[in-house]
Design a protein around this ligand. Structure first.
Ligand code: PBG
Length: 322
């Protein structure tokens, strides 16, 4: 007995009507902007596969953050390109490392800007893997020491949240213990809990100069077909003390965002990664898609799937429209 009694189109008749009954909303405060900091001064190098995104020296980075500050973004997440790379990823946990310097500078200029740091080694190792390479494998437990040292040094520099993205086993527990031992009990951990070995990180690796020089990351990042294992990874990270969890990438994994939302009562992030951004921008540049609408529809789909906030290269552009 549906029609003609029920006519769902009644609630779609005008923009005002649609706005009244809209189920999912997107606000600037739900967007986090990833930024890349590099050595030097006055450096502003556009990343060719990510138009509108730059490798920025610390001065330029702070200047851009000052411009972003009025947009009401949730925050930024900082990635670093060190001066030199080595087998031990020493640039990752050096007190005067690139991320540490950038965070100190931006917190001095903008104490209220929420700063997340990515805790990983792949940008800092000469071989581009996320930890200590022994033979043809990454040594899990040794790598935990680097990650812990990195997280502590980021927090000491002023990071508000640390976000480990390496996918080593036990890293959340190791980082929590290290932060607590350093009197940094107040610093939350946003864990890249379910991070897949994805082809969609391609443009990022150009941006962060972190392509593995041999092999790939499938020995530590997750296998894309696995959903149950993603829930298990999240459970383990929460048991180890993660305060928030992340699914990455976002759009190819919307089902897992939904499953995680239904199962875990903690803040849930999703990372719309570089390849997701690049696909939309490339199609738009070919005249095949409307960039603004594709951007907003993709972001709302990630929110509808259940993400509380989204790490996205569209953050400034989307915030300007919202
Ligand atoms: C570091 C890291 C990566 C991304 C975020 N943190 C790259 C990788 O794992 O290869 C990807 C982000 C993106 O593609 O936008 N491990």
């Amino acid at each position: 007995m549906a029609f003609p009694l029920h006519r769902p189109r009644r609630l779609r008749s005008t923009g005002e009507m649609r706005s009244l009954v809209r189920e999912t909303r997107l606000a600037p405060s739900q967007l986090v902007y990833p930024m890349f900091v590099c050595p030097g001064e006055g450096v502003r190098r556009e990343i060719s596969s990510m138009p509108g995104n730059y490798q920025l020296s610390v001065d330029q980075f702070v200047g851009d953050c000052e411009k972003l500050a009025g947009l009401g973004l949730g925050g930024i997440i900082v990635f670093g390109l060190p001066e030199t790379k080595d087998e031990q990823a020493s640039g990752a946990y050096a007190d005067d490392g690139i991320v540490q310097r950038a965070v100190r500078a931006v917190k001095r200029a903008l104490p209220k800007l929420l700063v997340i740091t990515d805790v990983c080694n792949c940008e800092y190792t000469s071989h581009g893997h996320c930890g200590l390479v022994v033979g043809d494998d990454v040594d899990n437990d040794e790598t935990l020491k680097w990650l812990s040292a990195t997280a502590v040094s980021h927090a000491r520099a002023g990071a508000d949240i640390v976000a480990p993205s390496d996918m080593m086993d036990g890293r959340v527990a190791a980082i929590r213990a290290a932060l607590d031992a350093a009197d940094l009990t107040r610093i939350p951990i946003l864990s890249y809990a379910a991070k897949f070995a994805s082809v969609f990180y391609g443009p990022f690796r150009e941006a962060a100069e972190s392509t593995p020089q041999f092999g790939d990351r499938r020995g530590y990042q997750m296998d894309p077909p696995n959903a149950r294992e993603a829930m298990r990874e999240i459970e383990l990270d929460l048991a180890e003390g993660a305060d928030m969890i992340m699914i990455k990438p976002a759009m190819p994994y919307l089902d897992l965002i939904r499953q995680a939302r239904d199962r875990f009562d903690v803040p849930l992030a999703a990372y719309q990664v570089s390849g997701e951004f690049a696909m939309i921008v490339a199609a738009a540049r070919n005249g095949w898609l409307d960039q603004e609408r594709a951007m907003l529809e993709s972001l709302i789909s990630i929110r509808r799937a259940g993400a509380d906030f989204i790490l996205t290269y569209f953050a400034p552009a989307a915030a300007k429209l919202l």
